[in-house]
Design a protein around this ligand. Structure first.
Ligand code: COA
Length: 259
């Protein structure tokens, strides 16, 4: 389907997905969720793409689920809405190619949850984060009650979840919700440079790092370590590992092929 609420542009192996409903602060309606799902599928499948930047148009990253749409839902359809969104967000989290949220402004509710599904969060100095669902008589439905405590710890997560208050980029950095904060004009160049650094590494290695972290995180340590050893063994049998080790010994830059 042609995109109406987002854009997808590929340049120098970086796919930039921009949520683009600036008049509604990029709120997530059904159409945005569906288009985000398509865009991340496209980026994951496109061999010319090595990594993904997710950002928002205008003064918001994403100001949450579309409250106007939300109002019309009953219990069953709201559960389905949450599950559809969770499934799409999960595609960002499990992407074998690195995903970076370049948080340019408000990242509230579903916006904060979407950013948390990306592998890294880089923020503009003007970014604001929060999970204000309780102010609507709701809980987060796109993973906020689960990913926020995993990222910042249970006490800090509960503070944000129970107050519904917004925090600024510096506070988000202090509690570990974002990786780095940049002046607004430097945000996209910094995200691009970070992705270029990642994409210079072996693509199979990147994919297996993501898989080991995602799959191992909630396993008992012994099982997670077995998973890691298996990934290590698998990668040791690849062309990329041969090239990477040889390039080091020959004091030259490695050229990885993803085989
Ligand atoms: N869903 C639907 N529309 C939204 C929205 C959302 N989550 N967030 C903002 N909008 C719309 C506003 O209704 C407004 O539309 P209008 O011009 O047609 O009236 C427009 O975006 C601009 O928002 P506005 O509230 O006027 O901007 P502001 O600068 O005064 O406030 C926020 C910005 C982010 C603080 C405020 O919009 C807000 O609290 N949004 C809701 C955040 C939220 O609760 N998200 C979780 C949803 S589960």
């Amino acid at each position: 389907m042609p995109f109406e609420t987002i854009s997808l542009a590929v340049s120098d192996r970086v796919a930039t997905i921009t949520v683009s409903r600036p008049d509604k602060l990029n709120a997530l309606n059904d159409r945005v969720i569906a288009e985000l799902g398509e865009a991340i599928n496209d980026a994951r499948a496109n061999p010319d793409v090595g990594g993904v930047i997710l950002t928002g148009a205008g003064r918001a990253f994403v100001a949450g689920a579309d409250i106007a749409e939300l109002e019309a839902h009953d219990g069953i359809s709201a559960k389905q809405l949450a599950q559809r969104g969770q499934e799409v967000f999960r595609r960002f989290e499990t992407s074998p190619k690195p995903t970076i949220a370049a948080v340019n402004g408000f990242a509230l509710g579903g916006g904060c949850e979407l950013a948390m599904c990306c592998h890294l969060r880089l923020a503009s100095e003007f970014a604001k984060f929060g999970q204000p669902e309780v102010k609507l008589g709701l809980v987060p439905g796109y993973g906020g009650t689960q990913r926020l405590p995993r990222l910042v710890g249970k006490g800090r997560a509960l503070q944000l979840l129970l107050t519904g208050e917004m925090i600024d980029a510096q506070e988000a950095y202090r509690i570990g919700l974002v990786n780095r904060v940049f002046p607004a004009a430097e945000l996209i160049p910094a995200a691009t440079a970070m992705l270029q650094t990642m994409m210079a590494n072996g693509p199979l290695a990147l994919a297996h790092c993501v898989e080991a972290v995602n799959s191992g995180y909630d396993l008992p340590l012994a099982d997670a370590l077995t998973l890691e050893a298996t990934a290590f063994g698998l990668l040791a049998a690849t062309e990329d590992k041969r090239e990477g080790t040889r390039a080091f010994l020959e004091k030259r830059a490695a050229t990885f092929t993803g085989r």
